[in-house]
Design a protein around this ligand. Structure first.
Ligand SMILES: [Ca+2]
Ligand SMILES: [Ca+2]
Length: 148
């Protein structure tokens, strides 16, 4: 499971890094990228990124990444093909495929409490005010400058 978690951690971190990298752009680039990134995460487009939306987006992207033949499941071989550490994958796979079906469904991922908790922790880093959701304006260092 650790490998899956590590993958997720990298994915979460990379998004946090994207946010951080926005600071180095011009205000126009920053605003455009920031809005695009936020819209990606804000599934129902209500301007609020909920914890659930955040978790859903990360899991969906990760799942898509592993599911190379796009049949909606991660087969055993797809899991191992994507895993960087084969030894860890040997330990992790049975945790994800508890019924030994030979594949992992998306809902198997949601049953992985440690993994979900890891994602929620990542969300809490963005949700600094602890509201349970994040808006564009909640990303204080990244808000577009008032111009024109
Ligand atoms: Ca939303
Ligand atoms: Ca597949």
């Amino acid at each position: 499971m650790k490998c899956f978690l590590v993958m997720l951690g990298i994915l979460c971190l990379s998004h946090v890094h994207v946010w951080a990298a926005l600071e180095e752009m011009t205000p126009e680039q920053k605003e455009k990228n920031q809005r695009r990134l936020f819209a990606d995460f804000d599934g129902d487009h209500n301007g609020k990124l909920s914890k659930q939306e955040f978790v859903d987006v990360i899991i969906t992207r990760l799942f898509r990444d592993f599911d190379q033949n796009k049949d909606g499941t991660i087969s055993r071989s797809e899991f191992f093909a994507h895993a960087r550490d084969k030894k860890k994958a040997e330990q992790e796979y049975p945790i994800m495929d508890r019924e030994n079906k030979g594949y992992i469904r998306k809902k198997d991922v949601y049953r992985n409490k440690a993994l979900i908790e890891n994602l929620k922790q990542a969300f809490r880093k963005l949700d600094t005010k602890g509201k349970g959701y994040v808006t564009l304006a909640d990303l204080p260092d990244l808000t577009p400058e008032d111009e024109d």
